[in-house]
Design a protein around this ligand. Sequence first.
Ligand SMILES: C[S@@+](CC[C@H](N)C(=O)[O-])C[C@H]1O[C@@H](n2cnc3c(N)ncnc32)[C@H](O)[C@@H]1O
Length: 402
Amino acid sequence: MTVSTAAPASASRVLQTVPEIPAQISPSGARKLITDLHPVDHPLATARYQSALRYPGAKSALAPAIGRLVESAKRSAQIRQIHLFVEPFAGGGSVSLRLAGTGTVDRVLLADADPLVAAFWQEAAANTDYLVDRMWDEWRTYIKPGGAPAVARWDYWRAWAPPAGATAATARATAAVKALFLNRTTFSGILHGRAGPIGGRQQLSEYSIGARWTPSAVEERLRLAGHLYDTGRLLDVWCKDWRRTLDDVAEHYAQLLPSRVLAYLDPPYLDKSPKLYQRSFDPRGGYGRISGPVDDLMWGDTRMHFRLAEYLTTRAQYRWVLSYDAHPSLTTSPWLYADDRMTPSRQDRELLGIRCWRITKRHVTMQYSASARTGRGHRDELLLTTLPPATVPRNAELRSIP
Ligand SMILES: C[S@@+](CC[C@H](N)C(=O)[O-])C[C@H]1O[C@@H](n2cnc3c(N)ncnc32)[C@H](O)[C@@H]1O
């Protein structure tokens, strides 16, 4: 008997690949830098909040302090100007959007390994009208009082995954709507995992599923992202692991002086991350496939924090600002940030020009809105940086670590 090796017609349909969210906005790769930059002309540019996402762990309350830190560093001869501010753990992008809006930095690049988050910002930036229209459609049809059942729509979006055979552009556009819908209607804006709809499945709470969806305010924030992209202030949005982002900035934007690039890293908290983000990277429980070994993206595992620390303290070629929860191990563990200075190998210093910058450590008190149930609260954040130490303020806002 002979066995055919040709795939039957039905199997070839099954084998169609599920599209991945594009690694960057333009399929042609690096975007040309707009050098003729003008002050940002948008009513939200210097407002308190810029992000269209309500993001778990958002640093909007920390953004003004980071802005002052960068302004202070720019007064030193070593820095003067930041041509690119890279945020590899972008989430809601609150710090980048604020610093771009105020003109503290020339331009920003957002990146996140979560395909839903990346798709959202890619569409908000480069396909703003579409996302604004879809946002209003969803609101009018399901969220506005008297509309179609919103919890059923929430279930629909939770279950949605890009269909096999869809183009990358369609997958990205629909993933962005999914991210927006779930972010606006789920407890604490959590996109993955077990968090349910605001108001509960029975909608018996005083807060309904639409309590956090103010369409005109969301539209204004989406339009700010589009405006920043059109004017070159938001350079690109990448769907990448943090390490790829930092390597690729060096490769794609080699014309930028490393001393004029600053990385801002806001990784998942040391003590809390699995609950908020981990499932987004779990193919069994989250959005689906993403490139790269899944193990590399499991922040519930402290080894990932060690890996980031190892990179930042020995191999980073850009100066960096790092924010974390004020967990004591971060500044006492030799595997994390106990050292006060970077310690690259001799080879990396000689061959790659990696510097031995001092690491300055501060505590900042951040006021955050915890949740509808617990109201506003305060917590200490840890801020570490390799910006020139003499420029890092020490005051009531940025306090020495006891
Ligand atoms: C603390 S949140 C960032 C919040 C953000 N600073 C804000 O203000 O909204 C951490 C983010 O890191 C992303 N992330 C987790 N692991 C990652 C990885 N390996 N590479 C890139 N991003 C990652 C998560 O998807 C999440 O959006």
